[in-house]
Ligand binder design. Structure first.
Ligand SMILES: [Mn+2]
Length: 237
């Protein structure tokens, strides 16, 4: 029961999400947390919302989940908006900013990008001050003076773990839009033995099928999506 699968950045790629959910089920893990960016970039946002709503115990919001709620002049963003239902929008609006979890006496904090904002991107090679600021409190996290022992985040679509005197910082990577390896990525937080550990899992999925679906649905900027799914090549690099 104290094994929790941590997924993030599905980005409308339901093919990858289904493969990851099935991998989680095979391991007998029943608790799943999602760290945001459910929709956008990939073609099946609404389907991802549905799957996540059905399977995840806790879900926090990412930058895409926030800005897709605003009116826009961009044809690119409108494509995603017109394929979402009113219920999808209400669901995204209901999501929380972060999760504080107490496990074996440790405080484990999860958020999408930083403790201050869904839009503040922190990369593994950023200044040490920036990386250490991931353990800071903010108006959002609002949980007193206690520094988290472990911070788990998403947003950068790259799996990594670093240790500091303040604790462990790790990123579970991306399910649907992975940019380190092309395989889908997720994490397993395991507190079942009385101490906490984190494991990274990679899942191969049918990327050709995902690209066929995207093409058939007329996904905008298909070439950019193709390069991300096929070669893990970031569109804004
Ligand atoms: Mn993302």
């Amino acid at each position: 029961m104290s094994k929790i699968a941590i997924i993030a950045d599905t980005h409308g790629n339901a093919t990858a999400l289904e493969a990851v959910l099935s991998d989680i089920e095979t391991r007998g893990i029943t608790r799943i947390f999602c760290l945001g960016d459910i929709i956008g970039k990939g073609p099946q946002g609404s389907k991802c919302i549905d799957l996540i709503q059905k399977t995840c115990e806790r879900v926090i919001r990412g930058n895409w989940d926030v800005f897709i709620q605003s009116e826009t002049d961009s044809d690119f963003l409108k494509w995603f908006q017109t394929r979402m239902t009113n219920e999808d929008f209400s669901y995204l609006k209901s999501l929380e900013f972060h999760i504080d979890l107490e496990l074996n006496g440790e405080l484990i904090r999860m958020f999408h990008a930083s403790p201050r904002s869904e839009f503040e991107r922190i990369l593994p090679w950023h200044d040490i001050e920036k990386r250490l600021s991931m353990f800071d409190a903010s108006d959002y996290t609002n949980s007193g003076d206690r520094t988290p022992d472990m911070v788990i985040y998403a947003d950068i679509h790259t799996t990594f773990l670093q240790t500091y005197h303040s604790g462990i910082l790790c990123n579970v990577g991306s399910v649907g839009n992975s940019l380190d390896l092309t395989s889908a990525s997720y994490g397993i937080l395991d507190g079942s033995s009385g101490t906490n550990s984190i494991q990274f899992v990679r899942v191969e999925y049918d990327r050709e099928k995902e690209l066929r679906i995207a093409k058939e649905m007329g996904l905008p900027d298909f070439e950019k999506y193709y390069n991300e799914i096929k070669y893990a090549k970031y569109r804004n690099a």
